[in-house]
Every structure is written in C-alpha cells, then in structure tokens.
Design a protein around this ligand. Structure first.
Ligand SMILES: NC(=O)c1ccc[n+]([C@@H]2O[C@H](COP(=O)([O-])OP(=O)(O)OC[C@H]3O[C@@H](n4cnc5c(N)ncnc54)[C@H](OP(=O)(O)O)[C@@H]3O)[C@@H](O)[C@H]2O)c1
Length: 354
C-alpha cells in the first residue's frame, strides 16, 4: 500500500526547484499509480523549470517504475513499466517523485532482460522517435515477430537523422534500421563509430558546411528526414540535404521561417511528444485539442504495452540510449539539469536511481 506522502522535485519561486514532501497523487480512470525506480533528464526538464513551470508543479517526464496500484486496469501490480508524463505542468503528475500516475495507454511493459538504465530512456526519446518516424513521416513499422534486423537491399529506402547523437536521434537511428531503412546521420566525428554501431549506415559531420550538399548529391531519392535539433538553422540544413524531389523534414521545435521558405518541394512538419499522452493541453499559444491528442494516442498503441518497443528491446534489436549514471537522487537533479542546459551532454543521457 502506497504512503499518503512522498518526496518530489517541484517548481518553486522565480523558476527554481526544490525537493518537497507532497501528497501521493491518485490515479484517475484508465490510470495506474507507479512507484518510481529510475528517472532520466531531457532538455524539456530544464526548459520547463527555467521558462514555463509555475510554482507547485512536479518536475520531470521520463520514468521507470513498478505498478503499485493497478486501479482496476489490466496491468498487474508489480509490473515493471516505463514511459513519460508531461512534467513541469501539473501539481499531480511529474516523474521526479517517489510515485506518479500515468495512463496505461502510454506505458511499455519492460522485459526482464532489459536493464533499468536502458528502459528509463524509452519515454520522451523513444516515443518522440516513434511519433516522428511512424506518425509524422509514415515510415514502415518494424514487425513484432522479427528476431534479427532486416537485410538492407541496395535500393533500401533512406532516412536522414540530423544530429543522431541526440537522445531522440539515437532511437530514430535504431528504429529506422529496424524498419529496414538505410539511415544517414550527422554528428560530431567522435560519435560516428558509436552511431554506426547502433545502425547508421553513413555518418557526416554537421559542422562541415558542405554536409547538406554532400548528402543530397549522394542520395537523390532521399525524401524523409528528422531534425533532432531543430533550431539555429538546422531545419534548413536538413531541408537542403533532401534529394531532387524534396520530401518532409520533421522538426522537434517550432518550424523556422527560413526553412519553410527554402524549398517548395520540402514540407517542414512539427511534432510534439506530449500529444501522445491523449490529454488535451496548451503549449504556449498552441492548443492541442481532444480529437488530435486522442488520435495521436491511438496511433501510438502498436508500440506501447507488450507491443513493438517491448519486442525490439527484448530481442536486443534496439538498445535505447547511451546512459550516464548520476548520484544523489532527486536532490541532485537540478545540477544535472544545469549540466544539460550548459550543452555539456554529448551522446549520453543522465539517469538517477531513486
Ligand atoms: N518535440 C518534442 O516532442 C521533443 C521531444 C524530445 C526532444 N525535443 C527537443 O529536441 C532537442 C533534442 O533533444 P534530445 O534530448 O534528443 O537532445 P540531447 O540528447 O540533449 O542532445 C545532445 C546532442 O546534441 C547535439 N548537438 C548540439 N548542438 C548541435 C548542433 N548545433 N547541431 C547538431 N547537433 C547538435 C550534440 O551532438 P554531438 O555530440 O554529436 O556534437 C549532443 O550529443 C531539444 O531541443 C529538445 O527540447 C523535442
């Protein structure tokens, strides 16, 4: 039985955060109560803390935990699950806490052979990559019965993952490869070998100004891209990299005017992971309405619970993000967020065991 009180990292005055003792949240219909075992950091955590979160809301999105109260749903108590919540927005849900509530529809059941530090990264990074590749770009999904990666024919379809060393990028490379795509990526040269080891067929240096033209010339049929940075001009770099007939570039931040205007044959398509949670919300001036978020949540279903992500992880066809363990639990999370904000993270995701 869960206690009535728990520790959580909550937003405080003037965009600071503090560990406080607050009430354990109560699950609503279709939700479970989860005891949090591990958390990790995403850029959205420090951005919410610094720019958006009002005092009193619980911080944090990604989690791994065990179901403490199944609340009449079909997920048994004790089941190990991973996922994400819209942290930094609500007073009753956030992952930087000893307990959290989550809808069952966005949980992945974690196989026994998958390490905690691998499972914890499924949430924002894994689900965003799924949303970008399969919902926005409409790529072929990996099958649920494969036991090995598909052979790549010489004319395999191509996918560009701009900035593949990001957390989302690492998942996108692995999922793209598992779907049978020839994955082209950009990153700092020190990360090229690692990105090839997780499925990239070709790597380029994003700091080399000629990279977009090199990619476009080598791949005249390239029509699908995911820009995992999506600011300070990267959207245009990804658009320039597409082949002769253009195509779509999915972006993770607001579409940039320059990129939209660059090529008539290239669509810049925005995606936002929080829509997958199926609950209407406002994000700045943008309103994510019920019909849209319900449809996003439905399209995610082949991947959650015992679906495609669980299968790929159990079969070791994907292995999540490269992780870095941080000590000190909830009290140390603000230091981790600062390290991230300062741009010190390179092909690694910071995680904490609670
Ligand atoms: N829309 C959504 O739902 C959504 C979801 C997740 C994330 N995001 C946003 O997407 C962005 C990435 O998040 P993340 O967690 O995947 O990233 P991350 O893991 O924090 O990214 C770190 C990587 O960024 C790369 N990088 C830094 N500056 C770069 C530049 N100018 N060009 C290319 N690469 C650069 C570095 O690559 P090298 O080490 O190779 O240099 C580094 O490894 C953030 O802005 C985040 O807020 C949005």
């Amino acid at each position: 039985m869960a206690p009535s009180q728990m520790k959580a990292l909550v937003a405080a005055a003037e965009h600071t955060t503090e560990v406080k003792t607050i009430s354990v949240p109560k699950p609503g219909a279709g939700e479970v109560l989860i005891k949090v075992v591990a958390i990790d950091l995403n850029p959205t955590d420090w951005k919410h803390a610094k720019l958006m979160s009002p005092p009193g809301v619980i911080m944090g999105c990604d989690f791994l935990g065990t179901v403490e109260d199944s609340n009449g749903t079909d997920i048994a108590e004790g089941t190990k699950v991973a996922g994400f919540v819209h942290g930094g927005k609500y007073e009753d849900r956030g992952s930087f806490a000893e307990y959290l509530v989550s809808p069952t529809s966005v949980l992945t059941k974690v196989p026994d052979n998958v390490k905690d530090e691998v499972a914890v990264s499924i949430g924002i990074a894994g689900y965003t990559a799924v949303q970008a590749l399969y919902i926005r770009l409409g790529l072929e999904k990996p099958t649920k019965d494969s036991t090995s990666l598909p052979q790549l024919a010489e004319d395999a379809p191509q996918l560009l993952v701009w900035s593949g060393a990001t957390s989302v990028g690492q998942y996108a490379i692995q999922l793209g490869r598992a779907s049978g795509y020839h994955v082209i990526t950009t990153a700092s040269p020190k990360n090229h070998e690692y990105l090839k080891s997780i499925g990239a067929a070709e790597t380029y240096d994003y700091r080399d100004e000629s990279t977009p033209e090199k990619i476009a010339e080598a791949h005249p049929k390239l029509s699908h891209a995911l820009d995992c940075i999506s600011e300070k001009g990267t959207q245009s770099l990804a658009a320039r990299s597409l082949g002769k007939s253009g195509g779509s570039v999915v972006v993770l931040l607001k579409p940039e005017k320059d990129a939209i205007a660059l090529r008539e044959d290239v669509k810049i398509v925005h995606t936002l992971a929080y829509a997958l949670l199926g609950k209407p919300f406002n994000y700045g001036p943008a309103e994510f309405k019920e019909d849209f978020v319900k449809s996003e949540n439905e399209k995610l279903q082949p991947f959650t619970s015992g679906g495609i992500l669980r299968h790929l992880l159990r079969s070791e066809l994907i292995k999540g993000n490269k992780m870095k363990k941080m000590d000190g639990g909830l009290e140390s999370v603000p230091q981790g967020m600062k390290y991230m904000e300062e741009g010190k993270v390179s092909a690694e995701k910071l995680y904490y065991l609670l």
